[in-house]
Design a protein around this ligand. Structure first.
Ligand SMILES: [Fe+2]
Length: 318
């Protein structure tokens, strides 16, 4: 009986989310009508752990050198296995010299979104001469708790070179066990503001899990220092493989519920340039900043072709 009720709930959630997400991201325009069925299949069947877990990682025996990173070696299989086992990788670090370039590059994006009605987009773009700290202050005054922007991966940039470096491409091939995948790079500015519950919901600041592809992982890069005060990312280990029965629907869950249900939680803090990979099918959230703002670059690598934005990149080596 319990299973039956779960399946009914899952069907209803899947239909509702398929409609909502296709409309929100304009997925038919970007992907054609086939996306409706494709997306429903992901939301329904690939919500089920036993189905999703059938997709195994592919070992590559590749150890790459990546000159964007401070680490000498990028051991593809080691990282792929870490994500597979715990849901997240060890922390790595971007070379300081690239941080400034990545920051400047993302602020050139005009493809931005804020969840506040009636605010003119042109007013919330960073002007060229404005210091980042002044920009964050200005956003706070405008009561912008979170601003997101998409980066055009169809134009050349150092960031694109990094995302398509042998290390990352081979990691995607290994973890997703595929030769074709989609990449989206977005940035998030989160500001310390007292915000209503509803806005926190929209900002993904409650525990949740994502389900946008049959399989995917995300790369998180902190572009400013992140500590307890400005919204560290939190991941509940191993929930990308197994969640408790109460958390098997793709919904939002309270802190007290999650912290009392699972023994461990992994909090990611680190200096600007800190990066890690996570399978965000596991339970996670970005904590709401308390004191300072956070600037995060978030990149998804998803199996197959689903474009969430016109600026996304489809990689295919067939
Ligand atoms: Fe998420």
């Amino acid at each position: 009986m319990k299973k039956f009720v779960f399946l009914i709930k899952l069907s209803l959630d899947s239909i509702r989310d398929t409609k909502r997400i296709i409309k929100y991201f304009n997925l038919i325009n970007l992907n054609g009508y086939g996306i409706i069925l494709k997306f429903f299949v992901i939301r329904f069947f690939y919500s089920i752990e036993s189905i999703r877990s059938k997709q195994k990682i592919l070992l590559t025996n590749k150890i790459e050198k990546n000159f964007f990173l401070t680490e000498e070696r990028f051991d593809v299989d080691k990282i792929s296995k870490e994500i597979d086992n715990r849901g997240y990788s060890e922390i790595l670090k971007i070379q300081d010299s690239f941080i400034e370039n990545f920051k400047n590059h993302i602020f050139q994006s005009k493809n931005i979104d804020v969840k506040i009605e009636g605010i003119e987009k042109s007013k919330i773009l960073k002007s060229e001469k404005e210091a980042i700290s002044d920009y964050f202050l200005r956003l706070k005054k405008l009561k912008v708790s979170r601003l997101t922007g998409t980066i055009n991966l169809n134009e050349n940039s150092l960031l694109k070179d990094f995302l398509l470096s042998d290390s990352l491409v081979n990691l995607a091939k290994s973890y997703l066990n595929t030769k074709d995948f989609s990449i989206n790079a977005s940035f998030f500015i989160s500001n310390p503001l007292q915000i209503p519950k509803k806005e926190k919901y929209k900002n993904a600041q409650y525990f949740h899990w994502d389900n946008d592809f049959k399989k995917f992982f995300k790369l998180y890069i902190y572009l400013n220092d992140v500590d307890e005060s400005n919204g560290p990312h939190i991941f509940i280990p191993r929930t990308h493989k197994k969640k408790l029965p109460d958390h098997k629907l793709c919904r939002l869950y309270s802190d007290s519920d999650i912290y009392s249900s699972y023994e461990e939680s992994k909090k990611f803090i680190g200096k600007a340039g800190t990066l890690f990979f996570a399978d965000s099918y596991g339970i996670h959230k970005g904590e709401a900043p308390q004191l300072n703002s956070r600037l995060l670059l978030n990149v998804h690598f998803g199996k197959g072709k689903i474009l969430y934005n016109k600026d996304d990149l489809y990689f295919n080596e067939e």
